[in-house]
Design a protein around this ligand. Sequence first.
Ligand SMILES: Cc1cc2nc3c(=O)[nH]c(=O)nc-3n(C[C@H](O)[C@H](O)[C@H](O)COP(=O)(O)O)c2cc1C
Length: 168
Amino acid sequence: MKKSISADEAEDCFSGFPVVLGTVGGEKDNIITLAMCHVFSFRPPYIGVGIGPKRFSHRLFKESKDFAINVPDRRLLRETEVCGSKSGRRVDKFEASGLTREKASKISAPLIAECPVNIECVKVKEVEAGDHTWFIGEIVAARQDPHYDKADMMLYWGEYRVIGELLK
Ligand SMILES: Cc1cc2nc3c(=O)[nH]c(=O)nc-3n(C[C@H](O)[C@H](O)[C@H](O)COP(=O)(O)O)c2cc1C
């Protein structure tokens, strides 16, 4: 017999969402660790990230015309935690994490050299949804390390994981 659970418990039932590092330019550039990341459209190719208004990055994402989604793998767990615990208000997260800025081909936001996947997005929509704003961007360029293995990508929801068994 299933038991009734609270909204908090319902949100907690997921085993993980993809962990990405969002980068944005502007008066000051910044990196933010994000697990709220989703594909919103295939054609045109839209990808979005959800950011809370209290984050320093929220203002930067609001003010910027573009942003990048950088996919770290399990080797970048420490750097991912730095970018998800320190605020760009007080520190330069490239310096704090040791990650390296790389110039993007089509956008002003910096990319992260150490991430095996970099996706350049031009902002097309902002959606206020409760306590997060979803910044949706069209993918205008992307690059991937030929050795990138999706099995090394991290998932997060309270705990960090990597994907498990292949079912089909
Ligand atoms: C694994 C992980 C996932 C996170 N996902 C999100 C997210 O999806 N949205 C968000 O607003 N904050 C998320 N955070 C929190 C921010 O990364 C964190 O508050 C960060 O310090 C904000 O930096 P900023 O103040 O420079 O913007 C996450 C943190 C971690 C560690």
